[in-house]
Design a protein around this ligand. Structure first.
Ligand SMILES: Nc1ncnc2c1ncn2[C@@H]1O[C@H](COP(=O)(O)OP(=O)(O)OP(=O)(O)O)[C@@H](O)[C@H]1O
Ligand SMILES: [Mg+2]
Length: 194
């Protein structure tokens, strides 16, 4: 089975494009969904988080993401500690899911991960699709979607690898700065290539 990574900048259109690939019949594994699964109640990662970050588990046993987010927000060390707990589990789950797809005869699948390139997950994959749009469009869509100020949007964009850097690492680029129809057309072209 061929496995391609799909990534892009924040609000560049990854979720939009992922849905288009699904519409074309390609299975997409969503790293954000896996990241939520590994911290569900009963999962070993949640117990480790509870030990390392006391006070982030709610009375009902679920993870208080907001509280955890505030704890790691300001400290690179705290973020690294969290990643050390969750990343190996997310990788293992991703492997399970890709193996299961391959076992049922799937020929091509995508792995959608916002931080694919930051975390070097493209290594061993068959190529990388980068969804991008111009900076002004990215900023505007992010502000509108999340109802945030221009400063907040800028700081979120700045916390990731720049879209310019991501574009350099792409096997295929999808320019999502225009109309959705144009993006869908490009998705169909890439599906034909894959
Ligand atoms: N071609 C387009 N034309 C107009 N609006 C668009 C287009 N593509 C995406 N959008 C809108 O822009 C916003 C960001 O798109 P989307 O949520 O797909 O980005 P994302 O890369 O998945 O973001 P995140 O990094 O936060 O997961 C959404 O509100 C979406 O509806
Ligand atoms: Mg998204």
């Amino acid at each position: 089975m061929k496995l391609y990574g799909l990534t892009g900048g924040i609000a560049s259109g990854k979720s939009t494009v992922t849905q288009m690939f699904r519409d074309e019949g390609l299975p997409v594994i969503d790293a954000d969904v896996l990241a939520r699964e590994v911290v569900e109640p009963g999962q070993p990662a949640l117990q480790e988080i509870s030990a390392r970050f006391p006070g982030v588990i709610r009375a009902d046993g679920t993870l208080d993401r907001k509280a955890l987010g505030e704890r790691i927000f300001k400290s690179a060390d705290e973020r690294a500690a969290l990643s050390a707990i969750t990343h190996p589990r997310i990788r293992a789950l991703a492997k399970q899911r890709t193996d299961a797809l391959a076992a049922k005869g799937t020929k091509v699948a995508l792995y959608d991960a916002p931080l694919l390139l930051e975390n070097n997950l493209q290594v061993g994959m068959d190529g990388v699709i980068v969804v991008w749009c111009d900076e002004a469009t990215q900023l505007r869509r992010l502000m509108e979607r999340d109802s945030i100020t221009v400063e907040q949007a800028r700081s979120r964009i700045a916390s990731q690898m720049s879209l310019q850097e991501k574009k350099k690492r792409a096997t295929w680029l999808i320019d999502n700065g225009g109309a959705l129809d144009a993006t869908r057309q490009r998705v169909r072209e890439i599906v034909a290539l894959l």
